[in-house]
Design a protein around this ligand. Sequence first.
Ligand code: FAD
Ligand code: SF4
Length: 497
Amino acid sequence: METDNRGERSERAARRCFRGRLAFLGPKLGAWGPTQSCSAAPNCAISEAQPRKGAGRGTAYRPGNSLRNVRFVLNANQETGAVGPAEAPHRRLSNWGGLGGAYDTKVYPAKSLCSHCGLCDTRYITYVRDSCAFLNQHIAELEQKVHGRSRALDSEDELYFGVFQSMLVARKKKPIAGAQWTGIVSSLAIAMLESGLVEGVVCVQSSKDDRFKPVPVIARNRAEILAARVNKPTLSPNLSVLDAVERSGIKRLLFIGVGCQVEALRSVQDRIGLEKLYVLGTPCVDNVTRAGLQKFLDTTSSSPETVVYYEFMQDFRVHFKHDDSVIGGPGRKWDEIVPFFALNTKELKEVFAPSCLSCFDYVNGLADLVVGYMGAPFGWQWLVARNETGLEMLELARQVCGLEEGPVDACGDRRAAVQQSITAYDRALTLPRWIAEFLAIIIGKIGPKGLEYARFSIDSHFTRNYLYVRRRYPEKLDAHVPEYAKRIVSQYKLPDT
Ligand code: FAD
Ligand code: SF4
């Protein structure tokens, strides 16, 4: 009986799907016509086009569709072959890097937990239920696939930093002007492209209208990679170029991205038709929507409209760089530094994206090579090569990127500070500026450094995120939190509710 019901439902879904295809191929096709190439990357066909009102009705996934329908419709496409995989109907969603509007996160399968990684803007939405970092946390399984083993939970370093073969600190002797740190990511990407190791690089440039609005591209030359330097501190749909990658015929690809993008990419990588995929990851935490970023800047900086860069640094301060030419000024540049403890936690608590408040892959455990800063002394970058491919990339960086290198180090003890931060965050405590400055100086001198700072940051974020998931999504808690994160969190006493 149940089978019959399912059969009826399937037939209804098939009819809907057929109508959907007609709609897709018919009058609405115009709305999905040739995508505009990004001017900075003419070979890349990622769409700047905004769907017209009502466009995409009847495509495989639309607001209100259940995941079951998505799976059915797309399976039907594969089975009948009526619509070839590269043409599979899908909605190319337009709200990159910012929520709101007609296509709010609610229409993405992960709903409010969606990080806008871009997968669902491509035909690979077919695989969303198994691939999405927020619908199917499967880091250990993917570690096994990508690195040949999952992380050793009894090794403190792997428990925190994931599978690795080599870990070091480095900086470019001649930093790239305008890079986030010294530009190791951009210069390695250039080296990989120019040495012929890869034919294209997925990275993220900024929109011409808004320097903080991310525009993912497939870069094909040095200038296009350099145009992507510096963080776009907003959710970025880097995977939205996957269809374009497939169409481009590229066989050897470098993907630069953050953990949630990489988890989804690793899940579908065997379907893209690549001969070789390199993944250069960065750690990532506390990302925001475009609206959230504005709130953060308005709340924290004395001149939000001129900010061109910021970073939460190891000296327990947020460092902003300003340039007044972005508002038509004469090009005056200056720095602004705000201690963490002076941040308006009450206002900012809800600013971070729900995806980031429920993420436990801070260190990008599935990338081949990770380049961040959190395990390094101030001014240096932190490099983690996880597997043979990562070692190959590291070796190339050593040969051509002009690096000064050093070993990783650790000092201090983070635990008491983390335990205190749990209550402080819950109570949304903000200190007066002078006390916050004083504390930053003291903690900067005696507080955790190097790998111990990285562990401090991981512990603070994992305990906060564990509480967030436990309070908001208790039914997801067990499956969503990886075993390594459970072990890290279990070192601390959490509030009962
Ligand atoms: P650059 O040479 O300037 O290149 C930056 C690269 O980042 C570019 O290739 C670009 O494509 C890519 N990129 C920019 N914005 C995004 C985005 N939104 N999503 C995906 N890719 C992007 N490191 C830590 O150690 N701890 C952290 O807490 C931390 N948080 C981060 C949060 C975000 C949102 C991002 C994007 C990165 C974060 N990093 C963090 C990484 C760090 O800030 C630097 O990006 C990294 O060290 C590389 O510096 P670089 O000078 O070599 O990069
Ligand atoms: Fe789709 Fe990525 Fe959002 Fe998950 S996080 S629903 S895979 S766009």
